[in-house]
Unconditional design. Structure first.
Length: 367
């Protein structure tokens, strides 16, 4: 059952009741704020749906953090919530793309709220996949609640990349999102018996105001890994995008309510936390990365020269950075972002939370 469709039907019945009772003012209020009432009713139905697992795809960024905090405000039992974090660079030694602090920041958020965090990754991460030359895509590893690590895949046909993902809405061209996030989550869902015969809800933090493409996403639908009609095994997995129709102001408001210390990249000036070297980065972001982590920047520039193919269609990363201006950044914030250990409190004392410099700034995400 599509819970949003059920919420819509219930809301329509209520509107008809208001009309039959000649409650004009209440009907105007309902129609004026229809999306808001629909969202509140959908949350109520979701809470009552009897899900065994609530899985939050958790990057450490503001939108996935808002998804988590919303579950807590809804009163979802913490023992049913899991944070799922995809380690973009893998665990084999590469540090090409991500913020050094991200993995530990995610762990510290989980600890602060008494939640389980489970990580997954493709062997060798971004760099190994990018350097494929006559080899297959690497296997996926995923942590299980009992502390063991599962493994699947890695037996596909040989292929060749030798290029960065390109700026595109096409996931076969922008292969990092599919190969290192979406497919990794799918593999973890499809290869754990604990999801068979259970009801699972996966939450992701896409927002409609980020792009016209994301505005067309459904707020609620069966997940790609759903198998509720399977003959041998059944997995009931729904996909909820709870902040799809939220404004950025609403996202920051829930973070402020809970006084959560945002990822350090926001304090540096980034408006979106993904990879430090996200292919969608603006000239200012590439200029800022070159200023704070020149070694990482130069490795990326060197790969572009080696491949003869650039990330952006019309310029290499050096040219892109040359067009930008580094953000005004504090040394303490740079140190926090580049440290593998996040040493700050996750929940700040009353009165100490501040909107970070990157809020309402350049997001430059998938389009």
């Amino acid at each position: 059952m599509d819970l949003y469709a059920a919420a819509e039907a219930r809301l329509q019945r209520f509107a008809q009741r208001l009309q039959s009772e000649a409650r004009g003012a209440d009907l105007v209020e309902l129609e004026t704020n229809r999306e808001r009432y629909l969202e509140l009713l959908a949350r109520k139905l979701i809470k009552e749906a009897g899900y065994d697992f609530f899985l939050v795809a958790f990057s450490g960024g503001k939108d996935s953090l808002a998804c988590l905090l919303l579950l807590l405000e809804m009163g979802v039992p913490r023992e049913r919530i899991e944070l799922w974090h995809h380690e973009i660079d893998g665990r084999e030694g590469s540090s090409l793309m991500d913020w050094p602090c991200t993995a530990d920041y995610c762990h510290k958020v989980a600890e602060a709220f008494g939640l389980r965090l489970l990580c997954s990754w493709r062997a060798g991460g971004f760099e190994r996949e990018m350097l494929r030359d006559g080899t297959g895509t690497a296997p996926v590893f995923f942590e299980r609640p009992d502390g063991s690590i599962g493994q699947t895949g890695g037996k596909g046909p040989a292929g060749r990349r030798l290029r960065f993902p390109q700026v595109s809405a096409d996931l076969s061209v922008r292969w990092c999102s599919g190969g290192l996030k979406i497919d990794v989550a799918d593999a973890a869902l499809r290869n754990q018996a604990r999801f068979e015969g259970a009801r699972t809800l996966l939450l992701t933090g896409e927002r409609a105001e980020e792009s016209a493409h994301r505005a067309r996403y459904a707020p609620f639908e069966p997940h790609r890994a759903d198998l509720r009609g399977g003959r041998k095994a059944q997995r009931h997995i729904d996909h909820w995008r709870p902040v799809l129709h939220w404004s950025e102001a609403e996202v920051w408001a829930i973070i402020e309510r809970h006084r959560v210390n945002p990822h350090p990249a926001y304090r540096l000036g980034w408006g979106r936390v993904s990879c430090a070297a996200c292919i969608f980065g603006s000239p200012n972001q590439w200029a800022s990365l070159r200023a704070v982590n020149p070694g990482q920047f130069e490795r990326i520039a060197a790969y572009e020269r080696s491949f003869g193919v650039t990330i952006k269609h019309k310029s290499n990363v050096v040219q892109t950075a040359d067009r930008g201006t580094p953000y005004p950044m504090e040394q303490a914030d740079i140190a926090a972002a580049l440290s593998a250990e996040f040493r700050e409190p996750i929940v700040l004392p009353p009165g100490e939370w501040r909107l970070p410099r990157g809020a309402y700034g350049e997001s430059n995400g998938p389009i």
